[in-house]
Design a protein around this ligand. Structure first.
Ligand code: B12
Ligand code: SF4
Ligand code: SF4
Length: 359
């Protein structure tokens, strides 16, 4: 059976769970659910995931040591390679069997044919929609998908093919890991997703809910590394940026041009990993991972999630030294160290963009 062969290959390649969708089970959803965008002849799609290491998550959230950021980044990139290699193996095998197949590039790849794609970030195929419709995972409030075993700390893979595969069902509500504790909303420095408002999508006759995206550029600013300080001032991501919280879309836009320009003038973060260059931006932009808090905070069970939250809020704030290396201090000490830096250096990480806007 095709499905069995595919499943075995993916599990052997590092996947934990595998599911299947068809054109029919993905029908009627948002454009991101269209499996024929990547392959017009597509009849089916395959979903799978690979989890993060649980011990590393605690070290990363707790900023146990400045070297952890680089180690996490390398783990993240390695998981993406595992996914890509597993997907490519299945793709090649399907082609050898006489089918057409395409592997979904797992991240940072958008539909650049859509005007304004740089802000709306439309996926070629939404791996989250595919995962929830196939029952590989279910939606968490954050919009990340996950399972009771791993929470949302999983990375997704996918393949589309013209082979006709038997679809699998979405997980029943009783199997959902998300109890809507909303801890994920408390750890996003710039509140990319709403703590109260919901988005509902219907895919293949099934309805799925997750939080409304407020403005994706809020994540771009924080997860992209321009800003790190949480609006509470009590902890930061791994980014040394310290900009005030943008209250509205206008402030987000202003901060986008200002903070991203300053970020380019900072030394690259100096640790064991130098980041990566996503193809959608023509390889001109180097990303070093500094956040993923909303994804990594959720362990899939309330006890471990609470432990991760406590670890993160007590993890301190990051400051960058002149040579690019990062140091971690308690929040008040970090402020003191920052304010003792030359004004020229401070301006790489903070500017009063709000007062300037009002004038
Ligand atoms: C675009 C994108 C982003 C964007 C926007 C995220 C979003 N929309 O929620 C940004 C840069 C902000 C982002 C951030 C992150 N991402 Co990201 N990202 C993606 C990407 C490419 C697509 C996301 C997606 O499914 N969008 C569709 C839906 C979910 O978004 P939506 O805005 O609600 O869609 C609405 C409309 O836009 C419209 N719509 C939907 N699709 C389309 C398509 C078109 C063409 C149009 C016009 C409209 C449209 O309909 C929806 C309902 O109104 C995927 C890779 C992939 N190919 O799937 C990774 C992915 C979702 N990212 C991932 C991760 C891990 C992250 C981060 C944690 C960052 C990090 N350090 O890794 C954060 C998490 C933020 C969060 N809480 O959601 C993982 C998530 C894993 C998981 N467990 O869920 C993915 C699946 C990558 C992977 N291979 O695992 N991401
Ligand atoms: S932290 Fe996890 S369980 Fe809690 S609301 Fe967010 S996604 Fe759901
Ligand atoms: S990755 Fe970080 S900045 Fe982006 S939505 Fe999640 S918590 Fe917010």
């Amino acid at each position: 059976m095709l499905e069995q062969e595919i499943k075995s290959m993916l599990l052997e390649g590092g996947a934990i769970k595998v599911g299947f969708a068809t054109k029919e089970t993905m029908a009627g959803g948002p454009p991101g659910a269209d499996i024929t965008y990547l392959l017009p002849e597509a009849q089916s799609a395959i979903s799978f995931y690979v989890p993060f290491d649980k011990e590393m998550i605690l070290k990363y959230l707790g900023k146990e040591d400045p070297s952890i950021r680089g180690i996490h980044e390398e783990e993240n990139l390695e998981i993406h390679y595992i996914i890509w290699r597993a997907a490519q193996r299945v793709k090649h095998w399907l082609i050898e069997q006489g089918y057409k197949a395409i592997s979904v590039i797992p991240n940072n790849h958008y539909r650049t044919d859509i005007p304004g794609w740089q802000v709306t970030l439309p996926p070629e195929l939404s791996l989250r929609y595919l995962a929830v419709r196939t029952g590989v995972a279910s939606f968490g409030w954050s919009g990340n998908v996950g399972t009771k075993e791993y929470g949302t700390a999983i990375i997704l893979g996918g393949i589309v093919t013209d082979a006709k595969l038997e679809p699998t069902d979405p997980l029943p509500d009783s199997e959902s890991f998300c109890d809507e504790c909303k801890i994920c909303t408390k750890v996003c420095a710039y509140q990319m997703f709403s703590p109260t408002e919901e988005t509902t999508v219907t895919i293949g006759g099934n309805t799925f809910n997750y939080s409304k995206r407020m403005n994706k550029m809020r994540c771009f600013l924080t997860c992209g590394g321009s800003n790190g300080l949480h609006r509470s001032g009590k902890f930061s991501t791994w980014s040394p940026g310290r900009y005030d919280y943008p209250e509205n879309d206008k402030e987000v836009s202003r901060l986008m041009s200002l903070a991203m320009t300053s970020q380019k003038k900072r030394p690259p973060i100096k640790d064991c990993s130098s980041g990566y260059q996503p193809a959608s931006y023509g390889g001109n932009s180097n990303i070093q991972l500094t956040c993923a808090n909303c994804q990594l905070i959720c362990a899939g069970n309330p006890k471990e999630t609470a432990q991760r939250y406590k670890t993160l809020v007590n993890s301190g704030c990051v400051i960058q030294s002149e040579d690019g290396s990062l140091e971690v201090f308690p929040p008040n000490k970090a402020k003191e160290v920052f304010e003792s830096m030359p004004i020229k250096t401070q301006r790489l990480y903070y500017k009063d963009y709000k007062t300037k806007m009002k004038k």
